[in-house]
Design a protein around this ligand. Structure first.
Ligand code: USQ
Length: 399
């Protein structure tokens, strides 16, 4: 199969590319390197060292020959989106090329607008490129569980649910109640994709993914596997990856408020497993399929306690600090979401979260100095309710 990975240089993209090559597929990848730039803007760097794309690709070619091709470019330019879709003749397009950070989108007006332009316009360009040049491809789009919101008060279904109103029943999309500008861009993308599937008969799986953590991929031998990036700064580090990085350098685990926020979580390995399953098994009886992609739910407090108990056993002497929550979130909330479809397709978690935390702590240990060097980037400075105005750039490149 030809797999086009948009955002191949990112945390998930680089791991997915290697898995797809390992499975025997041909990979076309694009990236504009904005993640490297925005993490630098946060005063940080990947804890695990990563190579330049040139080096990444030449090492990959030593193993897999010409089964990989890379193109640098920006999806907000429609000609680039068209060219890459024409060149790759993709069976599946995996769209990971978006600005992925909620805090980053909340910095100020400029970062909010950049996130919208990059995500919403890039996604529309891909939809149009598919319609015009590859209408039979399967678009696998990375959305987020955060599209639904976190405190709707009842169980979150997978995309659609049946309601009864004034005596009539209908199946409708579940209402979206996102909690950051970033999460809203994913809602806009979902609506646009749903409309394109309905109107033009395109085929897509919209993944509502939970929070991803971890460093490893099981199947690929370590002499072939090239590590993916691992962020811990306030914008691009997700909560469990941050807690592990904090534990390794003896920094307090930064639990927001009482840590009562609950989310669905999944290991990097399992995110790749799920996306690979979706590539293999496109939707059959529907054009627009929504899956909730996570393994288990945990509260932030549960995760901090797990990292403390595993870290302490390794002699790290982990401390937990409840800090003021910079976000607009409830202290605690009811949270339960369906996640059956991927299990029905064959998904089974590779490891327990405890095993994964142990591996992350082990993998970060040799790079402790890299985390210490950028320690100031851990501290939260971005607040949901204190936007400062700044000049708006309407240039769709990184701010
Ligand atoms: N949190 C802490 N301490 C920290 C960092 C975060 O208590 O040091 C808390 C946050 O307040 C929040 C929870 O942990 O309640 C999750 O925060 P996060 O930064 O790990 O996750 P989030 O901002 O929701 O976004 C991440 C990814 C995003 C993805 C999303 C999936 O950055 O790309 O879409 O997870 S989900 O959360 O299910 O929407």
């Amino acid at each position: 199969m030809n797999i086009l990975i948009l955002g191949i240089d990112g945390y998930i993209g680089w791991a997915l590319a290697q898995k797809q090559l390992y499975l025997g597929n041909k990979v076309f990848g694009i990236d504009n390197f904005s993640r490297r730039e925005t993490v630098k803007e946060m005063g940080s760097d990947s804890a695990i060292p990563i190579e330049t794309m040139n080096k990444r690709i030449s090492k990959i070619k030593e193993v897999y020959g010409n089964r990989i091709e890379f193109f640098e470019g920006d999806l907000t330019y429609s000609t680039f989106a068209n060219d890459i879709v024409k060149k790759s003749c993709p069976d599946a397009i995996v769209h990971l090329a978006e600005q992925p950070s909620a805090p980053y989108s909340m910095i100020d007006q400029k970062h909010c607008i950049y996130t919208h332009q990059n995500n919403v316009i890039g996604n529309l360009n891909i939809i149009y490129a598919m319609k015009n040049f590859s209408p039979n491809s399967h678009l696998i789009k990375l959305g987020t569980m955060g599209e639904y919101g976190y405190d709707p008060g009842f169980v979150i279904p997978e995309g659609f649910f049946e309601i009864e109103y004034l005596g009539r029943k209908a199946t409708v999309p579940y209402p979206k109640m996102a909690g950051s500008w970033y999460h809203w861009t994913k809602v806009h993308d979902s609506n646009n994709i749903m409309f394109a599937c309905k109107t033009w008969g395109l085929k897509s799986t919209d993944i509502m993914q939970g929070i991803v953590y971890g460093t490893r991929l099981k199947d690929i031998p370590s002499y072939i596997y090239q590590p993916t990036r691992f962020d811990f700064d306030e914008a691009f580090g997700t909560v469990l990856n941050r807690f592990c990085s904090e534990a390794v350098i003896g920094h307090d685990l930064t639990v927001h408020g009482a840590g009562g926020q609950t989310r669905g979580f999944l290991a990097l390995e399992d995110s790749i497993q799920c996306i690979s399953l979706l590539i293999e098994k496109p939707p059959e009886n529907e054009n627009y399929r929504v899956v909730n992609q996570f393994d288990e739910q945990y509260s932030v407090k549960d995760l901090a306690n797990k990292v403390k108990s595993i870290g302490d056993k390794k002699g790290l002497d982990v401390t937990i600090a409840n800090t003021e929550n910079p976000r607009k979130e409830k202290e605690s909330h009811y949270y339960k979401a369906d996640h059956k479809k991927l299990r029905d397709l064959g998904f089974k978690a590779t490891r327990t979260i405890e095993e994964e935390i142990e591996y992350v702590l082990e993998d970060l240990h040799p790079h402790k100095d890299r985390i210490l060097k950028n320690k100031q980037a851990i501290i939260k400075k971005i607040k949901w309710n204190s936007q400062v105005s700044s000049l708006i750039s309407l240039n769709p490149s990184t701010p």
